[in-house]
Design a protein around this ligand. Structure first.
Ligand code: ADP
Ligand code: ZN
Length: 640
């Protein structure tokens, strides 16, 4: 018996036990009966045998009977008095609605020959057969059932503690939650900017449409497609679109749905899922968050991962036996391909792997086009190309969020249509949270912020290697008192050293302006410094851009799609560490000097810009260019 069936059996036994106990209780319900002491009963036999009405009933444990209505008891006079009491008073001493019934327990050790005594006194009696209820069941009901209930409770609690809390109540729903989503058909047209992925999926569509053709030629059809990419990049959409294009049903389930706290439920859901697929072929089965079940076996820390491993094993087994079923394609999505069990990626399983990465600038523009289609009404001045450029790092979901936010803003301002201002505001909201115009800021603080932001803007303007200005504002938003944003003219996947230095100079420009104008240092530059330092450190340790030579220092574990560094292992000596720190320091201070030089030579521009900011709060590219004059051009004006 494997684990999952065993656990199911335990559950059924518990339920059966409860039912048996209930029936037992039902059988043993009695009318209100007076509990007579055994010794009193004996006295009645000896002294007053006429007090009983009709037959006594004897079984192995009990004597049951009824007192005669008008008999006069003699030794135990109080019984009789009480039977003659007023009903209310009687109810407080005797069982409610007492009709004279009594029972007395027999003495199992010292039982005298009671039948002989009764015969002697002429009291009539019945002898009951041993038990109304099979003895075995009785013992089972009174001892084993509570034990099983207790055991079940233990399992239940321990599972609940391990698993995600509120799942506790979904027990018994052993069927996977599957939804067929045919209502709104999604096609490839709705998914933009992921052309490579679409191309790779084209084959799957062809196969779903004409499975026979593929079969005839004997090629091995992909059974599993794994979509890997950060959250919100349209993996679910792609899977739905494949179903839409091929016009087959789409069933989806999330990997986390498999991971339940009841042992065996996950595995049975996997079985159900594949059953369903086979029944409805051709179709698409989509498993979101595959990593929730598909994690490396034995990778868990501590115990309690049996259930997941069992589910994963079941998944692997089902996929293995899937070969001969025609027309069912499994698509899974994950943003942690690095933690997947390698067995999942073997031929015959998820052997087709497609990366769905964050969209590039062209992809973003395409996605924006899709999401601003009718019924959205766009103003003339909306330029999706610029918006796409201004939103590096946005996922498809972020962009959708942005367009939605823009539409809401336009409605809130009673605008005819959605204009560029709405989009701009929506973008900043998605990035940094809403504006905080209500934040009380002193005039002095506002002045410092204006010069700080003007300092940043000046760097973007006068360092030709950097990206140009996009917007500069002193309206507080999120945690920032002001923001200066740049507009990357083109998407870059490979940064030159000069561009990196330009960015560090840009980051330092704010603080330099404060120092030059006010001779003061404030805390507002913390984030700027963090950025500058982090970039400089990577230049030294990862990109070989310092006198430390073309080497990398430190081995790092990164999360593939989340871009977070999990840990860095120091693989160099302490002496090297000191040198690295010095190299980082040199880069940043060098840039600080450059920023200082630029501001010193353009003090007039800085003041004009800061004044304009104080007056207008927000300046865009054209306004900045107007104040500072045309932007210097490369190569003659390079300062790096
Ligand atoms: P994932 O499954 O990768 O987390 P989803 O497919 O659930 O992402 O996408 C979430 C939402 O983001 C979608 O409903 C869609 O509106 C939008 N979206 C994401 N990527 C795209 C894209 N490439 N084209 C159009 N819309 C997209
Ligand atoms: Zn700053």
């Amino acid at each position: 018996m494997n684990k999952s069936t065993r656990s199911m059996v335990i559950w059924w036994v518990v339920i059966a036990g409860i039912v048996v106990l209930g029936i037992y209780q039902l059988f043993n319900r009695r009318d209100p009966v007076y509990q007579l002491a055994t010794s009193d009963f004996h006295q009645y036999i000896i002294d007053d045998p006429g007090v009983f009405d009709g037959y006594l009933t004897l079984d192995e444990e009990w004597i049951e009977g009824r007192f005669q209505e008008n008999a006069v008891p003699d030794v135990q006079g109080d019984i009789w008095q009480k039977q003659n009491m007023a009903p209310q008073e009687r109810d407080t001493h005797f069982p409610p609605n007492w009709k004279g019934e009594f029972r007395a327990s027999r003495d199992p050790i010292d039982d005298y020959d009671i039948q002989a005594k009764l015969d002697e006194k002429g009291i009539r009696y019945n002898v009951e057969p041993p038990s109304k209820f099979p003895q075995g069941l009785l013992i089972f009901g009174t001892t084993i059932v509570p034990l099983l209930i207790f055991l079940g409770l233990m399992i239940f609690l321990s599972r609940q503690m391990q698993g995600s809390g509120n799942r506790a109540l979904s027990f018994g729903k052993s069927r996977a939650r599957l939804h067929s989503e045919n209502q709104t058909k999604i096609t490839f047209e709705d998914v933009a900017g992921v052309d490579e992925a679409k191309e790779a999926l084209e084959e799957v569509i062809q196969f779903l449409k004409t499975p026979k053709k593929f079969e005839r030629l004997g090629g091995r059809i992909p059974k599993g497609v794994l979509l890997m990419g950060p959250p919100g990049t349209g993996k679910t959409m792609l899977a739905k679109a494949v179903a839409g294009e091929a016009d087959v049903p789409f069933y989806s389930i999330s990997g986390s749905d498999f991971v339940e706290m009841f042992v065996g439920v996950g595995a049975s859901r996997v079985r159900d899922l594949f059953e369903l697929g086979k029944k409805n072929a051709p179709c698409i089965i989509f498993i979101d968050e595959l990593d929730a079940v598909g994690r490396h076996r034995g990778a868990g820390i501590g115990g309690g991962h049996d259930e997941r491993e069992q589910t994963l094993n079941q998944l692997l087994v089902e996929m293995q036996g899937f070969e001969d079923v025609l027309g069912v394609i499994l698509i899974a999505a994950t943003n942690r391909p690095d933690v997947l069990d390698p067995a999942l990626l073997r031929p015959g399983r998820f052997d087709r792997q497609i990366v769905v990465d964050l969209p590039d600038v062209r992809g973003r523009e395409a996605i924006l086009k899709v999401h601003t289609k009718q019924p959205y009404k766009l103003a003339e001045n909306v330029n999706l190309e610029i918006l796409a450029k201004a939103t590096p790092g946005f996922s498809g979901a972020d962009l959708e969020n942005m367009t939605n936010e823009a539409a809401l803003l336009a409605a809130r301002c009673d605008k005819e249509n959605i204009d560029m201002m709405c989009f701009d505001e929506a973008k900043d909201r998605v990035l940094m949270g809403p504006e905080r115009r209500s934040l009380v800021i002193s005039d002095e603080e506002r002045r410092v912020t204006a010069y700080h932001e003007a300092g940043h803007a000046l760097m973007l303007h006068f360092v030709p290697e950097s990206d140009p200005n996009y917007k500069c504002t002193i309206v507080p938003r999120g945690r920032a008192l002001g923001v200066t944003a740049k507009l990357p003219l083109e998407e870059r996947h490979n940064m030159s050293k000069k561009r990196l230095l330009a960015h560090i100079i840009f980051a330092l420009g704010g603080r330099v302006a404060e120092e030059i104008i006010f001779g003061e240092q404030t805390t507002g530059a913390q984030n700027d410094f963090e950025q500058a330092t982090a970039l400089a450190r990577r230049m030294v340790t990862q990109w070989g851009m310092s006198h430390m030579g073309p080497l990398t220092y430190g081995r790092r574990d990164e999360q593939v799609f989340l871009g977070k560094e999990l840990s860095v292992h120091q693989d160099y000596s302490e002496k090297t560490a000191i040198e690295i720190d010095k190299a980082v320091h040199d880069i940043v201070t060098e840039c600080y000097k450059k920023a200082w030089d630029i501001l010193e030579t353009n003090l007039e521009g800085l003041k004009l810009l800061a004044d304009a900011l104080l007056e207008r709060e927000t300046l865009v590219t054209e306004e900045i260019d107007e104040i500072l004059g045309p932007r210097p051009q490369l190569p003659s004006k390079s300062i790096l």
